[in-house]
Ligand binder design. Structure first.
Ligand SMILES: NC(=O)c1ccc[n+]([C@@H]2O[C@H](COP(=O)([O-])OP(=O)(O)OC[C@H]3O[C@@H](n4cnc5c(N)ncnc54)[C@H](OP(=O)(O)O)[C@@H]3O)[C@@H](O)[C@H]2O)c1
Length: 323
C-alpha cells in the first residue's frame, strides 16, 4: 500500500452527514482537515474547529472561493445534496468542485455518490451524479467514487421525515419486502478516510457500498427491538408526498420494486470489516442517543400537519392528485 504523507484534505459538506463523518475519521487518522462550509460561525462548524479542523468559508457556487479553499490540499472530498439544492445545482456545484480541485492539483478526489452507477434508471439524483463523475474524469482527476444506496439514517433523521417517507411512502412504492442495501453515514466516512490513506489502492475505483441487506419490514422489526416500540408511521397520499418532496424519490422507490440490485456486502466489508449492520446501528443509535426520540417527536408534529387517516399499503389510484 502506497500512502500519502498525512497532509491536508479539503472536505465539502463537512457540516453534513457524509462530509461530517469523513472529516471526523480523517481527523482521527491524523490528517489535517480543511472543513468547507457556508456558515463558519454555525455550531457544527465550531464543533469541527474544536475537534481540530481548519474551518474555511466557501460556497460551491463560487469557483474562486473553492480554488482558494483548496490551495495546498492534497485531497478533496466532494459531495452535494440535491434534495436541498435541486439537480441542476448539484451538477453545477459538483463540477465547480472538480474544476477547483483540478486547478489546485489535488492528487486524490473521493466522491460521495449514490445509486447504481449506471444510467437509465430514471432517478434524477443518480443520473446527476454520473454527470459529475464524468466531468471529474474529463478533468483528469485521480478519482474514487463511493456509492451507497440507502443510508441507515433514513430510519431516524428528521431531515428525511422518516415517519412519512421511510416507513410509509417508500415501502408502499418499493414494496415492504423488497431488499434494500444499507450503509451508515459514519461507515462511509471511515471508508473515505481509508481511501485517502491508500491512494494507489483506491484511485480509479467506483465502489458500491453496502454493509447490510434488509427489507423495510425487517428494518421495522429491528427498530422495534432496538427502540422498544415500532417506528412511527404517518400515511400520506403519494401525490401529497410528491408535492412536499418532489418526484425523484418516488421514482427511485418505484424503480426499486422491480430492480435487480447488487446485494453483495462482501466488497464493503473487505474494505471496512467494522461496517455496521442495521441491527447494530439501530442498537447503537437508541442506546446512546435519546435525541433520536426527540427528533422523531418533531417529525411527528411536522407529519401531523400533512396526514390523512387512510393507511397506505400499496400505491393506489387515489395516490394521484385530484383533478
Ligand atoms: N439519503 C440517502 O439515503 C442517501 C444515500 C446515498 C447517498 N446519498 C447522497 O448523499 C448526499 C447528501 O449528503 P449528506 O446527507 O451528507 O448531506 P447533508 O447532511 O445535507 O450535508 C450537505 C452539506 O453540504 C453543504 N452545502 C450545501 N450547499 C452548499 C453550498 N452551496 N456550498 C457549500 N456547501 C454547501 C452544507 O454545509 P453548510 O450548510 O455548512 O454550508 C451541508 O453541511 C446526496 O448527494 C445524496 O444523494 C444519500
Amino acid at each position: 500500500m502506497t500512502t500519502l504523507a498525512r497532509g491536508t484534505i479539503a472536505v465539502l459538506g463537512a457540516t453534513g452527514r457524509l462530509g461530517g463523518a469523513t472529516a471526523r475519521h480523517l481527523l482521527e487518522d491524523g490528517w489535517s482537515v480543511r472543513a468547507i462550509t457556508r456558515k463558519p460561525d454555525g455550531p457544527k462548524a465550531r464543533a469541527l474547529a474544536a475537534a481540530g479542523a481548519q474551518v474555511v468559508k466557501a460556497d460551491m457556487e463560487d469557483p474562486a472561493a473553492l480554488r482558494k479553499a483548496f490551495e495546498g490540499a492534497q485531497g478533496v472530498f466532494n459531495v452535494q445534496n440535491p434534495m436541498k439544492s435541486g439537480l441542476e445545482a448539484e451538477v453545477r456545484q459538483g463540477r465547480n468542485v472538480a474544476d477547483a480541485a483540478a486547478d489546485a492539483g489535488a492528487r486524490h478526489v473521493v466522491y460521495g455518490s449514490a445509486g447504481v452507477g449506471r444510467s437509465g434508471t430514471g432517478v434524477g439524483q443518480w443520473e446527476s451524479k454520473l454527470r459529475v463523475k464524468e466531468h471529474m474524469l474529463t478533468r483528469g482527476l485521480p478519482l474514487t467514487v463511493l456509492r451507497p444506496m440507502a443510508l441507515m439514517e433514513l430510519m431516524t433523521d428528521k431531515d428525511f421525515y422518516p415517519a412519512l417517507s421511510t416507513w410509509n411512502t417508500m415501502p408502499a412504492l418499493a414494496g415492504p419486502d423488497t431488499k434494500i442495501v444499507w450503509l451508515a453515514a459514519d461507515d462511509l466516512g471511515a471508508i473515505a478516510a481509508k481511501a485517502f490513506a491508500d491512494r494507489d489502492g483506491f484511485v480509479g475505483r467506483d465502489v458500491a457500498l453496502a454493509s447490510d441487506v434488509r427489507s423495510i419490514a425487517e428494518c421495522r422489526e429491528l427498530y422495534r427491538a432496538a427502540a422498544g416500540r415500532p417506528p412511527r408511521s404517518f400515511p400520506v397520499p403519494v401525490w401529497m408526498f410528491e408535492r412536499m418532496a418532489g418526484k425523484d424519490l418516488t421514482a427511485m422507490w418505484r424503480w426499486l420494486r422491480t430492480a435487480e440490485l447488487d446485494l453483495d456486502v462482501t466488497p464493503t466489508l473487505a474494505i471496512h470489516p467494522g461496517a455496521m449492520t442495521v441491527e447494530r446501528w439501530l442498537l447503537r443509535r437508541f442506546s446512546k442517543d435519546g435525541g433520536a426520540r426527540t427528533a422523531e417527536a418533531r417529525d411527528a408534529r411536522a407529519a401531523a400537519r400533512l396526514t390523512t387517516s387512510t393507511p397506505i399499503a400499496q400505491e393506489r389510484p387515489s395516490d394521484h392528485p385530484p383533478a
